[in-house]
Design a protein around this ligand. Structure first.
Ligand code: NAP
Length: 362
């Protein structure tokens, strides 16, 4: 019988456990989870209104129901079990701990009240125990830095009405906080141009269907963009941005969602909390100031250090060579490659690591 420890019960950890348990007749898997409940990113990161994506938990639960798999909740490596204990107790140890820490902008004023990292903020609306306390004060002008899908998720969740959130997976506290927000403007800021955005078409299009919000895209940034060198998926994103630009402004709505391109954040200012974001136009170098009541940085994540586990300081994730941390110890998912890719990406990476482990354990 082979013994395997998988650290982290999010999609990567569960997919890996599933394939190993399914394909190997003599394997016992212990899945370690820091929280009191499993599934990691599938419940703590996926937006509360994207129920079709959250449905993956039903599939992950089937893995946990397998007799060869045991879930150990409230168990953190470095606190409740050491890295050395794991290495001596198991034939293989695999880290699938994700990347939950917010990257920093590293600009003056980032510590002001009213500035939140997207990790903390999304954990708040996903009712994560580490963020219950947050109680964010957003005001009427909210900035979101980053042109990725997390930025669009946050904008959408904030702009939806209570009616649109009826089916969302929200706690009563968060539901009432969202219903009572007084947001009038949401500014989504990227430091590069429309050709370099990393959000995808479905998430962008969804912003156009919100009942109390309208999307504003500056025409001069998108009308002359040459899309011929872009993959089709990116061309479609630009076309959608162009459609938004053409429709400005067609109706009066409560919330304006304004896109900004080539806007590099320089500093944040305020006396008793955030009041404004100072920017530089990336191409012209021209400075500008945007008045804001709150700001959410959606600029990516990093893997926290784990006591004793080799760490890559430059890449802010676990140190490894082709997933191998040291003999018998591997990593998979966001702690292996950084915070990029969707749940199916984690499935295919877990499959390829599983194939490798199964060969080793033959
Ligand atoms: P992301 O796609 O990497 O976007 C991060 C954004 O932050 C980029 O626009 C980046 O700009 C910007 N940024 C980084 N550092 C910055 C800085 N110092 N100053 C200003 N801007 C900065 O990451 P994400 O939105 O966190 O998403 C993580 C992954 O999860 C992605 O693969 C995403 O597609 C996936 N995801 C998917 C869904 C979905 O399918 N619905 C939902 C959420 C997340 P540069 O490009 O200039 O660096």
């Amino acid at each position: 019988m082979h013994s395997i420890a998988i650290i982290g019960s999010g999609p990567s950890g569960c997919f890996l456990a599933e394939i190993l348990a399914m394909k190997h007749p003599a394997i016992k898997i212990d899945l370690y989870e820091r929280l009191s409940y499993p599934f990691g990113l599938a419940v703590n990161g996926v937006a509360p209104d994207h129920l079709h994506t959250r449905k993956v938990t039903e599939q992950l639960q089937k893995t946990l129901d397998r007799p060869q798999v045991t879930l150990h909740c409230n168990t953190q490596v470095g606190r409740d079990i050491s890295y050395d204990q794991l290495k001596s107790n198991y034939d293989r140890v695999i880290f699938a701990v994700g990347a939950e820490q917010d990257r920093k902008l590293d600009i003056p004023g980032e510590e002001l009240t009213g500035v939140y990292g997207s990790g903390v903020f999304t954990r708040w609306y996903n009712h994560h125990p580490d963020a219950h306390h947050l109680n964010p004060v957003l005001g009427s002008k909210v900035g979101i830095i980053g042109h990725g899908n997390v930025a669009l998720d946050i904008a959408r969740v904030l702009a939806k009405t209570s009616h649109e959130h009826e089916k969302s997976d929200l706690s009563p506290t968060v539901r009432s906080a969202l219903a009572n927000n007084t947001i009038e403007e949401i500014h989504i800021l990227g430091r590069r141009g429309p050709k370099e955005v990393s959000f995808t078409l479905p998430e962008l299009t969804e912003l156009g269907s919100l009942t109390r919000a309208q999307v504003y895209v500056p025409t001069d940034h998108v009308d002359q963009v040459d899309v011929s060198d872009l993959p089709m998926s990116q061309q479609k994103v630009i076309q959608q941005l162009q459609r938004f630009a053409e429709q400005n402004p067609t109706r009066t709505t409560q919330i304006k969602i304004q896109f900004h391109f080539n806007a590099t954040p320089l500093s944040l200012q305020g006396e008793n909390g955030l009041e404004a974001l100072n920017l530089k136009h990336t191409l012209s170098g021209q400075p500008s100031t945007l008045k804001l009541d709150s700001l959410i940085t959606a600029i990516g994540y990093q893997t926290p250090r784990i006591d004793g586990v080799p760490y890559d300081d430059a890449k802010k994730r676990l140190a490894h060579h082709d997933s191998l941390i040291e003999p018998g110890v591997y990593c998979v998912g966001w702690c292996q490659r950084g915070p990029q890719g969707v749940i199916p990406t984690n499935r295919s990476e877990a499959m390829s690591l599983a194939r490798r482990l199964l060969k080793e354990l033959e």
